[in-house]
Design a protein around this ligand. Sequence first.
Ligand code: TXA
Ligand code: MG
Length: 333
Amino acid sequence: METKIYKMQEKIEQAELKAIATLLRKGETVAFPTETVYGLGADATNEAAIAKIFTAKGRPSDNPLIVHVATKEQLFSLVKNVPAYVADLVDGFSPGPITYVLRNAQKVAPTVTAGLETVGVRIPNHPVALAILEASNRPVAAPSANRSGRPSPTEADHVVQDLSGRIAAIVDGGRTDVGIESTVVDCTGDVPLILRPGAITQVEIASLVGACEVYEAASEEKPKSPGMKYVHYAPEVPLLLVSSGKITQVLKRYEQEGNRVALLYESESLEHIPVAKKELIGADESDIAQGLYRLLRKFTKQEVDLIICEYPSLGEENAIIDRLKRAATEIIR
Ligand code: TXA
Ligand code: MG
C-alpha cells in the first residue's frame, strides 16, 4: 500500500482535510498529530477499520484503543453511569492530554475496547487532530502510531519509519508539543485512579476534584490497563538507566569491554565526559518529555551498542520516569 503524506504544519488545506476525512469514513487508517504523540486513527464504529490498526502496528488484540472525539458532548455520548466528578475533570482538562476510562455505552466496535466493559475517551488539544475529528464526524480510535513496542512517534518521520507502506496516510503536523502519551484515568469509581501517568498529574487532578489515586499493579495481578504489561518504548539498542553517582563507573566498564556508548545526561557535570555520543536529555521537565522519544529513536545499531541514560532527578511518580523504566533493559541505582 502506498502511504500518502499530507503536510499540515503551517496551515490546514480544506481540500486535503476533506480527503483525509473521506479516507477515515471509508474505513482506512490515517496517522495524525495530537498534542502528546502521533496517533494511528481509524473509524471507531467500523470493526474492519479497527482490525487494520492492530495489523499495521502488530498490536496484541487484548490491548484496548483510546477513542478520540472533538467535543464534550461526543465524549459523554460514548459512555454511561458517569460519576459526577467527571464533568469537572472534562471542564478542567479537556481538550488536553488526559484520557477518561468510563463505562462503555457500546457505541464503538467491540474490538476497540478488547471486549472490556469500559472505554477510554479523550479530546486531543491539537488543531489538526480536532479538524480531522470534526471533518470525519466519527469517533476515531487511535493508539500511538508506532510499531508495537517501539517509542511513540513525536514527528511524522517517526511514523514513516515504523508504518510506511502499512497505512493509508500520514498527516504531518510537525513535532508534538507534550511528547509523552496522555494521562489515563479510570473514572469508574468514587475516586479517579491514574492507570498511566502523563502530563496531567495526580496533584492537579486531586486539586480539582478533591482526591486522586494511582494504580499500582501487584506483579502477578492482571493489570487494569492492559497495555501496561507489554514491552514499551524500546530503542534499537539496550538502554541502561543509571543513577547520577554511578554513571562514570558504568560508562567506563562498558567502554572497556569495547562497547560504543551513547550517553543521555541531565547533570552539567557530565557535559564534558569523553564518550562516543552524548546528548543532553533536556533543560527542564517539559523539555525532557518533548524530546524523550526522539532521543530514544535517534541511536541506531550502526552507531552505538548501548545507551546509558542518567536517571533524571524527578519524582518516582513522574511520567518521564515511568516511560524510562519501561524502556530500560536494566536499571542501576
Ligand atoms: O496520548 C495518547 O494517549 C496517545 C494519543 C495518540 O492520543 N494514544 C496512546 O494510545 O497512547 P495507546 O494505545 O498507545 O495507549 C493507550 C493506553 C494503553 O495502555 C491501553 O491499555 C490503555 O490506554 N487503555 C485504553 N482503553 C482502556 C480501558 N478501557 N481500560 C484501561 N486501559 C485502557
Ligand atoms: Mg502506545
